[in-house]
Design a protein around this ligand. Structure first.
Ligand code: NAI
Ligand code: HPV
Length: 593
């Protein structure tokens, strides 16, 4: 009786309050742990078990945490701002960071408007006063929004939504955003000004809606506040740190700024006696505890949005809004998928087959990868590039050391000194049997001559051996692997100077030999004696490269060919050695694809 095998489900950690609507999508497929309020140390202790981590703004996803997360594939931010996530560290580790770029935009914009009106009409103060039994009608006289200038810093999704609502109040709308979409701005009746100084001078209400980045950190400081009208009021529903809290406190005390409505703080929750806590206590400030996204609707939106992306990533698909990976249309990804497999196999075949010529530690070479036929029309070849880097490096990278993917492929290639030159060939492929060929060409000899000295057999990965009789032919020749996809299945159609179709799958014994009587029998009988079962065999004759590359066929010792044998299981090094000799073959390698 077959014993059922138990495959544990991937584990997902929910570190903050996330709406159950999205979590329901995860619970069938994954082991979902909801653990709120963990300290940084507690989180670090358990993170190694998880493949996905879902957070909001409170969890600090540091480089240290990410390094401790051995299995993590995705950090999902159930919201917009990813300033609490070390995206650079995640990228280096191949971890995808996703967010929900628009799920809480309306909530943040409405909260901004709520704060604007609360500040304009002294709602917080009035509420407190009346609850304390007072009736202070004249002290609490406010101002109207109608006819006032709303000055918006950052005319992105939230900024534009605020503008549209404020337009209904009859406000004059100005914005400063060097990267603003001017047609969207015009459609929302917003005038974009060219300097922050211009905006500040005009503002009756100033509202901030940029991300917290180097150019926006501390952008409203003492000098900027000094240029504003004393009747101006300031709103911040973006991020603490964009306004210098000490400078704002001084301006409110001095009466050079009339009031502020603030949702976000330099430290959250604010430490006692910090500038943030003094601002919260200030009578001219309406304060909220980072509530911009806290509506039922927004929380449902962001939860579903990021949980769907977690499902995609853990199922091996691409997410729709990764912060650190190129967004690629699902349709295009479907077209690319079989080619992604092909390119990865080509890279792996390259590294394994030529392993005696490359060295794990000094793996430095230059590759040209050429896409022909329908692949020339692709919007992006990023997944193919990533697949090539993965294929090239996986055979010489200890398992689990590095998860190479679309996120970090470029970085990894750069770190390993691999140069990949991607080309799209406009050449007519009508005469070829398949419409999309991919050719990988390693300019090994020209770019790695200095690295050759430290190439040694002992450094070859143990799963791979390439042995030679005599000098390798044409060391300075480019090494070429060509493949195509047919019926969604990858095929190799050329290996070096040899042309022949084979499926790059399983364990393959690749032998170069001079085509003479008895070679096939010799190899077959030796493998038979060693108990190696042969599943299939292909003979690849010389590719006619003369016209293409100016390289003559053969080397004067008769017609060469490649024998590609699909075998069961491993082939021992002694068996491979036994194949090489005057009776047998010139060169043999074993690859596992
Ligand atoms: N308080 C809360 O709960 C929430 C806060 N937010 C925050 O709101 C902010 C805006 O979010 P979105 O509108 O979704 O972002 P977005 O990316 O759509 O818009 C940001 C805008 O800022 C502009 N910008 C960038 N650097 C600038 C600079 N130096 N000067 C002027 N403009 C600059 C960009 O061109 C862009 O148009 C983010 O910081 C986000 O984290 C968003 C949702 C909820
Ligand atoms: O989405 C954002 O950027 C927010 O600031 C919302 O934060 P939160 O998810 O409410 O902790």
């Amino acid at each position: 009786m077959a014993i059922p095998t138990y495959t544990p489900k991937p584990k997902v950690l929910i570190a903050e309050k996330v709406s159950p609507d999205g979590l329901a999508l995860l619970k069938d497929r994954f082991d979902v742990d909801e653990k709120k309020g963990l300290s940084a140390a507690e989180l670090k202790d358990i993170i190694h078990d998880y493949e996905a981590l879902i957070v909001r703004s409170e969890t600090k996803v540091t480089a240290e945490l990410l390094e401790a997360a051995k299995k993590l594939k995705v950090v999902a931010r159930a919201g917009v701002g990813v300033d609490n996530v070390d995206v650079k560290a995640a990228t280096g580790l191949g971890i995808i960071v996703v967010n929900s770029p628009s799920g809480n935009i309306n909530a943040a914009a409405e909260h901004t408007v709520a704060l604007m009106m609360a500040v304009a009409r002294n709602i917080g103060d009035a509420c407190q006063s009346v609850k304390n039994g007072k009736w202070e009608r004249s002290r609490l006289t406010g101002v109207e929004a109608k006819g006032k200038t709303l000055a918006i810093v950052g005319l992105g999704k939230v900024g534009l939504t605020v503008a549209r609502i404020a337009n209904g109040f009859g406000m004059r709308l100005l914005a400063y955003d060097p990267y603003a979409n001017t047609s969207l701005a015009a459609a929302a009746s917003v005038t974009v000004v060219s300097t922050l100084a211009e905006l500040l001078e005009e503002a009756d209400f100033l509202t901030l809606h940029t991300p917290l980045i180097a150019s926006t950190k501390g952008m409203i400081g003492k000098a900027e506040l000094a240029t504003m009208k004393p009747t101006a009021r300031i709103l911040n529903v973006a991020r603490g740190g964009m306004i210098d809290e000490e400078a704002l406190l001084e301006a409110l005390d001095a009466g050079t700024i009339a009031g502020a409505g603030i949702d976000v703080w330099t430290s959250e929750p604010p430490e006692a006696d910090s500038s943030a806590s003094r601002l919260i206590a200030h009578p001219k400030v309406v304060a909220t505890p980072h509530l911009g996204a806290s509506t039922k609707e927004a929380q449902e939106n962001v939860s579903i949005d990021v949980c769907e992306q977690v499902v995609s990533i853990l199922s091996g698909e691409l997410p729709r809004s990764a912060v650190n990976a190129p967004i690629i249309l699902p349709e295009e990804y479907r077209t690319l998928q079989p080619f992604v497999t092909l390119v990865e196999k080509m890279g792996s075949l390259y590294t394994q087959h030529y392993s005696s010529r490359v060295n794990a530690k000094s793996f430095r070479t230059t590759f040209d990868i050429t896409y022909e036929g329908k692949l020339t029309g692709l919007q992006t070849t990023k997944p193919l590039f990533a697949a090539l880097v993965k294929g090239l490096l996986t055979p010489i990278t200890s398992t689990g050391e590095m998860n190479i993917n679309i996120v970090n492929a470029e970085l990894v290639a750069k770190e390993r000194g691999i140069l990949i030159n991607e080309q799209r060939s406009r050449e007519n492929v009508d005469d070829k049997p398949y419409s999309s060929f991919i050719t990988l060409r390693a300019r090994a000899s020209r770019s790695t001559s200095h690295a050759r000295s430290d190439i040694s057999r002992s450094n070859s990965p143990s799963a791979t051996r390439t042995l030679h009789r005599g000098g390798a032919k044409g060391e300075d020749d480019d090494q070429v692997i060509q493949g195509f996809v047919s019926g969604n299945k990858p095929f190799i159609s050329r290996l070096d100077r040899f042309k022949g179709e084979f499926v790059p799958s399983g364990t393959l014994l690749i032998c170069r030999n001079f085509d003479s009587v008895g070679k096939i029998g010799f190899v077959g009988s030796l493998l038979g004696k060693a108990g190696v079962n042969i599943n299939f065999m292909n003979v690849a004759p010389l590719h006619d490269v003369e016209s293409e590359e100016g390289v003559a066929e053969g080397d004067g010792e008769g017609n060469e060919a490649l024998m590609i044998l699909g075998v069961d299981g491993p082939v021992g090094e002694d068996v491979v050695k036994g194949l090489i000799g005057p009776e047998g073959v010139v060169e043999a390698s074993v690859v596992t694809l």
